[in-house]
Design a protein around this ligand. Sequence first.
Ligand code: FES
Length: 150
Amino acid sequence: MSSDPRELYQQVIIEHNKKPRNFGKLDPCTHHADGQNPLCGDELQLTLNIRDGRIEDVKFEGHGCAIDVASASLMTGAVKGKSVEEAEKMAEQFRSMVRGELDPSTDANLLGKLTLFQGVKDLPVRVKCAVLPWATLHSALKGEETVSTE
Ligand code: FES
């Protein structure tokens, strides 16, 4: 793996797009939501099992671009085992980061390797792609069943 952040970002996107983690559907599940990016029509279905305020398991399926799939793959890995509060905080911080409102090098955050996506802030049309999984997670946690990134 490269130490150049841009190259590392490319490698991670390619790798997670080729072999997405947590791909599939939980059945039964306690929470679910469908998300759509109206700009391209891509969709994502998220299913979760939450017990005692903690995300025990989470999976996604659907179709999207490489950034969307890689973001969903990394997101599901990052929130599994976390409390609902922590996952909500991460969703909020991720959205702020890709909109350029949070600088992970100076602002405290829970994002860990998700900070790889910070370069998306310079690619406005890709922001919705990266955010779609997180917007869908937020809806599922709130008990809403559909969300659009519009
Ligand atoms: Fe559709 Fe990225 S182009 S989610």
